[in-house]
Design a protein around this ligand. Sequence first.
Ligand code: ADP
Ligand code: MG
Length: 606
Amino acid sequence: MTRRRLTLLAVALLLTAWGFLPEFTITMLNYIGLYALVAVGLVMLTGVGGMTSFGQAAFVGLGAYATAWFCTVPAAANLVGLAPGSSALPWIGLAAGLLLSAAVAWCLGSVTLRLSGHYLPLGTIAWGLSLYFLFGNLEFLGGHTGIAGVPALSLAGIELRSVRELGLLTWAVLLLTLWALHNLLDSREGRAIRALKTGRVMAESMGVDTARYRIKVFVLAALLASLSGWMYAHLQRFVNPTPFNLNIGIEYLFMAVVGGAGHLWGAVLGAALITLMKQYLQDILPSLLGSSGNFEVIVFGLLMLLVLQRFSEGLWPNLAQFFNRYLRSAPLRNNEAAGRLVARQLPEKGSIVLNACEVCKRFGGLLANSNVNLDVRAGEIHALIGPNGAGKSTFFNLISGVDDPSSGSVSLLGSDMRGRSSRAFAASGLGRTFQHVRILGNRSVLDNVALGAHLRARSGWIASMLRLDRSEEAALMSEARRQIERCGLGPQTDEMAGSLALGQQRIVEIARALAGQPSVLLLDEPAAGLPYLDKQALGQLLTQLRDEGLAILVVEHDMEFVMNIASRITVLEFGQVIAHGSPAEVQVNPKVLEAYLGGVDAELGA
Ligand code: ADP
Ligand code: MG
């Protein structure tokens, strides 16, 4: 059986049992569905995108209050030209809740998501609290008493009065959401969202607009929370501020984390677990410990600690591992006709692709780069060498848009790149690797490499969610496979990138850069950590790329490697160019010998 079949089977079973299950079970299932909808948004935000939010309950509140207001206040109904009590009002309420949540999330997101480290979660606590108190203090929302008399939903003329009826809607919405998000994650856009977690520098260098993606994920999570709030209001038939307070926001986060923060189904598992646990603790504890204290909160906290301590990745991965023993993996479908990717023409051999002119970089009192002039031409390998701390990585950042030079200019393919972001560099044809490897360790090599081709495809979020991106995705995958084969990692294609040796991870980065079809390739210490034979293979790959017309700039400490492949070498020391020329010229340059043999780094002599 494949995973897809098992899922369909479980859904069919649930549907069949729905009519027979006792009322209490259905009620619990209903709440689990509603909570899971919020938690799955948090999985996207926190687990996948790496942004922690304690404030999701506030968005649930926005969704609930919006519909409650439209459905119960006659003036609100008149506002949209409907008679009070009209069965269309809940749908107006839904639209209003979603719009309001999106708008609020957009505004809050543009402020809070700029924060980093602890400040982002603290920020979410701040606005979570503010919205909660706002609900309680607004007169027209009924203050702390709330709004009563919210009508039942009616869908195609059928009133969803009982939990059994409304629960069907809840679960249909949840399952559809899971399907759409699963599709989204399994796409070009999903890879970009995952890349947010590794920090901005890498994702931006692949051409991902990280600020925009962060806000979009944030809005998505808020919309799901709001949708849940809408159904919650029509299930409870009244709203007050209590279910939208910070405690509940923390509980939602627990659901996502306990279930398995990076896994969509983990949200369902977490929601189920926590809902049931709270229910049973409430029932059992008073009979064990007496009803004088709120023991369930304490026991709940302890249990959470225990789970997180024992299963730091959440429970879902363990469960999935168990099932995977009995499941076949679905056959790879290669039947989608691969579409075409955006292609770029390589510049003419010998032409200057990247040019740095009098580039300086100051860090406080330290001049890390001082009037560095360097150009890289199509069809050549240019090596940048120098002792540790000479300023090579700093220079790399300046010519790839990660950092701005203090003075001097950088041009790429003839256009001045002053003030442009690393995304713009990537879009203009610059591919790069990092001295400290930046890959998604728990994604396959294939996924990692496909991220490199981000800018060569166009499908957006909606298309990805609806699986309209399949031919483009097939093209991305076949391009990624091609680059992986070319770099000699074919046998590792489906392995987790993090499980490879460090040297191989560097090669993954090269394949990823190549997937973007760059005109110029910047490699920061690509041979570090590679065994001798692999170094030779890497050398061959680079010379082959050179012969195809790529411009390559490589920083490397292995002198034998450099001398064998480089056409020209530039030597940096203390941020200044001390020599420039062919390998033979540089090798006998007295200044270079002094820098290497006189200093701590004696690579040339070694
Ligand atoms: P290399 O890559 O040649 O070993 P780097 O470019 O990493 O050298 O560093 C050059 C110098 O600039 C070092 O003295 C380093 O400490 C300093 N440096 C690099 N980045 C920063 C930074 N962000 N802030 C302050 N100093 C830095
Ligand atoms: Mg360095």
